[in-house]
Every structure is written in structure tokens, then in C-alpha cells.
Design a protein around this ligand. Structure first.
Ligand code: URA
Length: 236
């Protein structure tokens, strides 16, 4: 591919900015100065800008702690999306969240420009386990655990797969609970609708696990980390 495309793809700058860098003489390929933006390079070449190596990496994977108030979407006419939380150099072409968390849900959200992986993780027969923590208005008890374990039927008749529900805290006096729930599917508003089906309400919802990925405890809301390909390969 052309050196200007290579550098632009690696977010070194826009095509125009990259052309300026080449003109300035600060770009080298395998220790040779680059004279024209048309020069061809391979992904295995050693490319330096101002002495700093720019490795070619086609796909990027970010694990974000999604805050409340932003949409899990790539764009929206009137509301902020999770893409706006990425630094400009991380806004790779095609980057998108893998699945959705509701606007008021926090926690683990994967973002990638690897369309194939995104598609695979969302395909109905390939869904990975997801674990959520939630505060519930209502007392979750052994009966609720059993109902969820058998596979609940939603108000619209949708029959869900069995879900593992763990009670973390049960407060009879204040009629509320804290729970952890593991689900395999990813239906629209799934957890909220599951509790709705047993006449309870989700007050707070946070995703803490997806496949083998865990939300790091020290990752602040709105922050994100880049994941290695190795880590992603084992997600399923
Ligand atoms: N289930 C929900 O109800 N909302 C989410 O954001 C995720 C799962």
C-alpha cells in the first residue's frame, strides 16, 4: 500500500498532514528517506516518523468502562455516543461497539474495527456469556433464582435460555436487592425485561464480564484500555 495510506490508517495524521511530514523529510522506510507519498510499503517494513516506529496494526480492540448518559452507537444526531469518548488517534475507521448497553447501563463495552469479530460475537448461535451486577427494586429470593434457572418467558412470549442468578444482598425492610446474573443471549433490554417479568425493577445495571474479559476494577467510568490480539482471540 502507499506510505501515505499506511500512515493515515495508523492515525499518524490526515492524508494532508502525512504529505507534509513526508515533505519535511521525517519519514523513513527501512532506514531510507521517503520522497513521495506514492511510495509502496509492506506491513512488514520498518516505518519511522521522526525516529518513532509506526507498526502496522489493522485491527484494534478497546475495553471501555461505559458511563451512563452515552449511547452505544457509532453516531447519533443529538446525543453523545461512546465513540466520542475515544481519543482522536483511536477513532479508527469502522470502529464500533460490540453490541449495546442501554444509555443508563454502565460497564464493560468492547469496541473494535474488526467487523468480523463484531459480527461473530453477536451472531445468535455464538453469543458469549455475559455477567451483570444490578440493584433491584424488590426482594429477589430462591424462587426468583429457580424461575430464572428454568428459562423465563418475557411479557411478549419470548422464551429465554436459563440464566444464573446470584443474590448478593437482600433487604426486606427496604424492599431491594443486589444481584449478579449470567446470561448467554443479548436481547433488547434483556435484564430489565427479565425482572419486569417477575414484577421487579432494575434500578442500576453494570456489565462486569463478557466471555473471558473482565472489567478491571481500577478502570474509571469513561476510560478504556487497548487489548492485545491474544486476549481477544480467547474471548469465546
Ligand atoms: N440488559 C438490559 O436490560 N440492559 C442492558 O444495557 C444490557 C442488558
Amino acid at each position: 500500500m502507499r506510505i501515505d495510506k499506511y500512515l493515515a490508517n495508523m492515525n499518524v495524521g490526515s492524508r494532508k498532514e502525512v504529505h507534509a511530514l513526508i515533505k519535511k523529510g521525517v519519514v523513513t522506510v527501512n532506514s531510507e528517506g521517503v520522497k513521495t507519498p506514492k511510495q509502496q510499503v509492506k506491513e512488514s517494513d520498518e516505518v519511522l516518523v521522526d525516529g518513532q516506529e509506526i507498526k502496522y496494526q489493522k485491527y484494534h480492540y478497546f475495553l471501555m468502562n461505559k458511563p451512563k448518559g452515552v449511547l452505544s452507537a457509532t453516531e447519533d444526531r443529538s446525543q453523545r455516543t461512546v465513540i466520542s469518548l475515544l481519543k482522536s488517534q483511536d477513532r479508527y475507521q469502522g470502529i464500533a461497539p460490540v453490541g449495546r448497553l442501554d444509555k443508563d447501563t454502565t460497564g464493560l463495552l468492547l469496541l473494535t474495527n474488526d467487523g468480523q469479530l463484531n459480527h461473530e460475537l453477536l451472531a445468535p448461535n455464538k453469543h458469549v456469556d455475559k455477567i451483570y451486577r444490578a440493584k433491584i427494586a424488590g426482594v429477589v429470593d430462591g424462587e426468583t433464582v429457580k424461575t430464572f434457572a428454568m428459562g423465563i418467558t418475557l411479557g411478549d412470549g419470548t422464551k429465554l435460555k436459563p440464566a444464573e442468578l446470584k443474590i448478593l444482598k437482600q433487604d426486606q425492610l427496604n424492599d431491594c436487592s443486589e444481584i449478579e446474573i449470567k446470561i448467554r443471549e443479548g436481547k433488547y433490554h434483556q435484564i430489565k425485561r427479565m425482572f419486569g417479568a417477575v414484577r421487579m425493577k432494575v434500578v442500576e445495571l453494570e456489565r462486569i464480564k463478557m466471555g473471558n474479559l473482565t472489567l478491571p476494577q481500577d478502570l474509571r467510568l469513561g476510560d478504556y484500555i487497548e487489548l492485545s490480539l491474544e486476549k481477544i482471540k480467547n474471548i469465546k
